[in-house]
Design a binder for this molecule. Sequence first.
Ligand code: E4P
Length: 217
Amino acid sequence: MKFFADTAEIAEIRELAATGLLDGVTTNPSLIHKSGRDFIEVVREIAAVCPGPISAEVVALDYDTMMSEAEILRKIAKNIAIKVPLTPDGLKACKALTGDGTMVNVTLCFSAAQALLAAKAGASFISPFVGRHDDVGFDGMQLIADIRMIYDNYDFATEILVASVRHPIHVVEAAKLGADVMTAPPKIIHQLFKHPLTDAGIAGFLKDWQATGQKIG
Ligand code: E4P
């Protein structure tokens, strides 16, 4: 399973990239707003730190303007994935951009039917938002299971990118279902390392090691 960081904070991305576990980054207009930085500038910096796909979202709702925005965004770096919303114009743009060799991440997916349309439009990634789906009383993970089944039935190459991840269990459940990618805020990726028995085990071993009076090297 690939790990993407869902953030526009360059320091957090650098830190995760240094672990060797970071495969890509997703941004969205809200994350850019939170960063307080210039969109193009911050995406350029991210793309230089992480060689994997970096999602940059168009904000237009009509096809022609989406394509003009995508043209600017894809010129930022070779590893940019254009993020488009799951609308008729968004999928039209998806078809045109992927046909031209550009990666496309179709975002704001909340149903298996939408995911099927995105795959037919040639999306590189489909982003089902599991956390937001759970928030309104649906089962985000059932959505992932349904999309996995449909994509496998027809050998669609579109990668399932589990988004709106809220806690480590979302990551584990998505992996069990065979999702290709998950994107999570850095805080959640750091939480994946944590287990109280690991901390207790380290403390116990260190205490006993110090009692031996030995050193390595
Ligand atoms: C994905 O690409 C989105 O940026 C993100 O996962 C949305 O998550 P949220 O529901 O926590 O805003």
